[in-house]
Design a protein around this ligand. Structure first.
Ligand code: SME
Length: 137
């Protein structure tokens, strides 16, 4: 379970499953923190490739979650000033921190082409996904 290659492969499968089975999950990725560098690094994703594979803590929705340790639901990305645009087709985003042994080690990030699609059910569901993922890391 601690083999890096197989963990990365399984993360990719989780991304692909979520992206293909939930219509409004258009891009799904996992970022993990490098605490020394204070940066997030994209480890697995499904959807269009992004230029933003490294994100400094504090920058964008992802970077803010790295420091807040809190879920961040963005119904309308145009209303955010601290936002990193990956694609003009993205209308909304949800980022849920991933905790291992109580520590915020990364996050799941989902972009949607739909405006305001994320409900508290998505938050509970993705918190559960992250708990399951933490077990394979
Ligand atoms: N929009 C994110 C950047 C990552 S892309 O969505 C893949 C942000 O503002 O942090």
């Amino acid at each position: 379970a601690n083999d890096n290659e197989s963990a990365e492969q399984r993360l990719k499968e989780v991304c692909e499953l979520l992206q293909s089975s939930i219509g409004y999950y258009d891009w799904v990725g996992f970022y993990f923190a490098n605490e020394a560098e204070k940066t997030l690094h994209l480890k697995a994703f499904a959807g269009e490739p992004t230029d933003h594979t490294v994100i400094p803590f504090g920058k964008g929705i992802c970077g803010q979650v790295a420091v807040s340790n809190k879920n961040f639901v963005v119904p309308d990305v145009k209303a955010q000033d601290n936002y990193i645009a990956c694609s003009i087709t993205v209308k909304s985003e949800i980022v849920i921190p991933l905790f291992k042994d109580g520590k915020n080690i990364g996050q799941i990030d989902i972009d949607s082409h739909v405006e305001d699609p994320f409900s508290p059910e998505d938050e509970r569901f993705l918190e559960w996904v992250n708990e399951e993922v933490a077990k394979i890391l």
